[in-house]
Design a protein around this ligand. Structure first.
Ligand SMILES: [Fe+2]
Ligand SMILES: [Fe+2]
Length: 151
């Protein structure tokens, strides 16, 4: 991504992405409330696949637009936290890829796998939410304290 964004613009992109991701997760939670039928399973598979695309783009924005690196530059004491967050992106892409594959099998007829897919999805969402919370805390910490609110 060649285009450079200001810190405020980067934060806006991140916050918008967080909202879009949260919205997709809520739709998925609702879809899982009852035992989904064949059509609903196809809808779930589509939602999971769009969640995967949104997440991959989101992680790329966080890393390529340099916000996480900027945070580490402004506040060197959080370098380790930034590295951990970037490592977690890799793990979460692996996780969502696995869940997508699981749903493809369900769509392909392995209906008995739906509860495993749902459990994996619930675990994944917990991991993702922990990640996003720590990321938001780190951004707030750096912008409020280390950078004195400028940006
Ligand atoms: Fe992240
Ligand atoms: Fe994030």
């Amino acid at each position: 991504m060649e285009e450079m964004l200001s810190s405020r613009e980067m934060i806006k992109v991140m916050v918008d992405d967080h909202q879009l991701i949260a919205k997709t997760i809520n739709l998925l939670r609702l879809a899982f409330e009852d035992s989904p039928n064949e059509d609903q399973i196809k809808d779930i598979a589509r939602l999971i696949s769009s969640l995967r695309e949104n997440l991959i783009r989101h992680f790329k924005v966080e890393e390529d637009y340099g916000l996480l690196q900027e945070l580490a530059f402004e506040a060197p004491h959080i370098k380790c936290n930034v590295k951990d967050l970037c490592d977690e992106h890799r793990d979460m892409v692996d996780g969502i890829n696995q869940i997508c594959r699981c749903f493809q099998e369900v769509v392909g007829g392995e209906v008995s796998m739906v509860s495993k897919c749902r459990d994996d999805f619930v675990d994944f969402v917990t991991r993702l939410q922990n990640h996003e919370n720590r990321e938001n805390d780190l951004i707030l910490e750096v912008y409020n304290y280390d950078m004195g609110g400028r940006g």
